[in-house]
Design a protein around this ligand. Sequence first.
Ligand code: SF4
Length: 405
Amino acid sequence: MPLSIAHSGLRPVIAIIGNRNAGKSSLLNSITQQSLSIVSDIPGTTTDAVAKAYEMIPAGPVTIYDTAGLDDTGELGALRIQTSKKIINRADIILYVVGKDDSLIETENKLKQLKTTHPKLITVFNYADYFSTTDPRDSLIKKYKGIRISALTGQGIEELRKCIITHLLSSKKEPQLLSGLINSRDTLILITPMDIAAPKGRLIMPQTQTIREALDLNAIVLIIKTEELEPTLSILNISPKLIVTDSQAIKEVAAIVPSDIPLTTFSMLFAHAKGNFSQLLAGVRHINKLKDGSKILIAEGCAHHITCNDIGRVKIPNLLKKYTKKQLDIDFISGQDFPEDITSYDLIIHCGGCILNQQEMQRRLKQAYQQNINITNYGMVISFIQGVLERTATPFNNLSINQEK
Ligand code: SF4
């Protein structure tokens, strides 16, 4: 896929991490063969993470992050470490760079800890040129199958690039939205209302991702607005294999679509593909237990301009308040700001997370599970409140449901 159409949320994330002055920025420059990151001997030159989109041929486009040092200090340093941790959380591959002055004991402790959470950890021992005769890090290099490199001379960079490519090619592919639901030549109807919240002149990411996948599956795809649904169904001489609608139109669409035609929402496709469907399905039922003062966190994977009809900020809170008749205390977050402590919440309602990779979505769900907090998603909430949840969940009944915790 050409880089230009590989949205950042679909590209594998490679995070270069390590202490200040380990040579992380030089490594990014060496891998990409460009001078993107400022290289300096002064520790902490990279204060904010630098992201670079890069074509890692033949594995495809990736985003590589050069992060601030894990040993950063001071109040601002602590904030930068927090940012680095968020990148680590969603990284598909971590390159842990060991510098020439790093303590071997501390390095080993960090590696042990990272190994438990990040199976795709590549340890990179920089300054191979500096330790050209004896390298005091040899036993650690052997133990962690590290790669000796010199970001300065380019030694070992080709080996490292090959190792990254092997990891990328062996990685579990991002789950598919439509697999098992439609096949080649099946008719798929996608309903995309063009209301005030729709972006001018384009479709939203969940819709474009679904269209692209349907085309890859050689399906016959009809993309229509809600008003065209009845005339479309009346001219088709075969039943569509599946109808997928924007959640916000589900009530209207469910009233039109005959009960024998499978119907779901874009949000449910993402819940099934990226999340833990049963956890999200169980979470939605917690709506009936909300009381006055219950705390709800509405979480979106991306930051965007808020409109007066915004689904997360306006529509879902209004639906919830109307349905529960309770005074609810609702917080909102977007982008990478998912809090580490979510224990004060009674329910988390997450968007489909189309631009989050599966690693990050699964991490958020796992965190909710470990902190014993109910979590669900936008589409499930809307379907539940509109009384059509059983119908929109039915197409997934016979598919293997993602149960990972
Ligand atoms: S709010 Fe969520 S589902 Fe919507 S575009 Fe952003 S990440 Fe994707």
